[in-house]
Write a protein that binds this ligand. Structure first.
Ligand code: BDR
Ligand code: CA
Length: 316
């Protein structure tokens, strides 16, 4: 089984990423690091613990990540995030107080230790800002060449951003950290809006979860219906909600879901295009370090997504 760490600002689609990782047959989820974005870091950790308990995986440890970007001292959740994910981050759905507490070790140290322990066998999937990964790279630069796979949800190359014309939300939270990650020795796979806006879920699928008549099926149907209703207001042309974060987990496990382009990229960390992920003309002739997902086989992905999640919800 593949060792996996998720780094999440848990959030509705982050919760779906947890479910995908738990439902996939070939994953050993060894820990979740929390980040800020859809909610604050401590709430993201609390949500991860609640979701793990709901899904029958209360033994997966959850670690606190950085509480704000590498250039600020504070973080406020944006009104638009609250509108899309609800004030509690999980669609205003009540989940029981988790029995397990967050770990004492910091998320950054947990990540460094895990890379030292598992090296090439470890897959990291960040689906929030890249602050934790940048901090880990700064503290232990050797992890860049030893970690097996980093597949992140963030950025946009062929489509506009979702928080500004140029920037996608996760990258926009900390463009400096993202730039440090994108220009490091790490090899990255970027699952950005180019593909995540094409993998959509509708009430047709959430009804199938509801029909399972299990707690997890009903709760996830409520959580995701909140997300679908929010998308109907903010992005009525899409006709569904985007499976941003679980697609990154899917691509980490099966890269053949997407077609890709290899290039060197950087992240704009000043000016009107703050947060833009873009090819670096200064490194055109260097070996590439970013594999960017450009198109996705959405039918095959959605089928796999529903197979994994439905089986998991059926048991819980
Ligand atoms: C990303 O931003 C967050 O709100 C979502 O959870 C996803 O990770 C999409 O831009
Ligand atoms: Ca997220």
């Amino acid at each position: 089984k593949r060792k996996m760490i998720l780094d999440l600002d848990t959030g509705i689609d982050d919760s779906l990423a947890i479910a995908y990782a738990l439902g996939a047959p070939d994953v050993d989820l060894i820990g979740i690091i929390s980040s800020y974005g859809n909610v604050i870091t401590s709430k993201a950790a609390d949500n991860s613990l609640r979701i793990l308990e709901l899904l029958g995986a209360p033994d997966v440890p959850v670690f606190l990540g950085e509480p704000h970007s590498s250039t600020t001292e504070h973080f406020d959740v944006m009104a638009i995030s609250q509108q899309i994910h609800g004030k509690n981050g999980i669609g205003e759905v009540d989940l029981p107080t988790p029995k397990r507490a967050v770990e004492k070790q910091s998320g950054v140290d947990f990540l460094i230790d895990a890379v030292h322990q598992y090296g090439a066998d470890l897959t990291l999937v960040p689906t929030g800002p890249l602050t934790n990964l940048a901090a880990a790279l700064k503290k232990a630069p050797d992890i860049a060449s030893t970690i097996g796979n980093v597949t992140l949800m963030g950025g946009a190359l062929t489509v506009p951003g979702n928080v500004s014309h140029f920037a996608e939300a996760n990258i926009n939270q900390d463009a400096e950290a993202a730039n440090a990650v994108f220009t490091s020795d790490l090899h990255l796979t970027m699952v950005g809006l180019d593909v995540t806006l094409r993998t959509l879920l509708t009430k047709h699928e959430t009804q199938q979860w509801r029909d399972l008549k299990t707690t997890a099926g009903a709760k996830f149907a409520d959580i995701v219906d909140y997300y679908i209703a929010a998308y109907e207001v903010t992005s009525p042309d899409l006709h569904g909600c985007a499976l941003h974060d679980p697609l990154a987990v899917g691509v980490a496990l099966d890269p053949s879901f997407v077609t890709t382009l290899d290039l060197n990229m950087f992240v704009q960390d000043e000016g009107v295009d703050y947060g833009r992920t873009i090819g670096d003309p200064a490194r055109l002739n260097e070996p590439t370090n970013v594999t960017v997902a450009l198109t996705v086989d959405q039918d095959r992905y959605l089928k796999t997504f529903m197979t994994y999640l439905t089986a998991l919800f059926k048991q819980n």
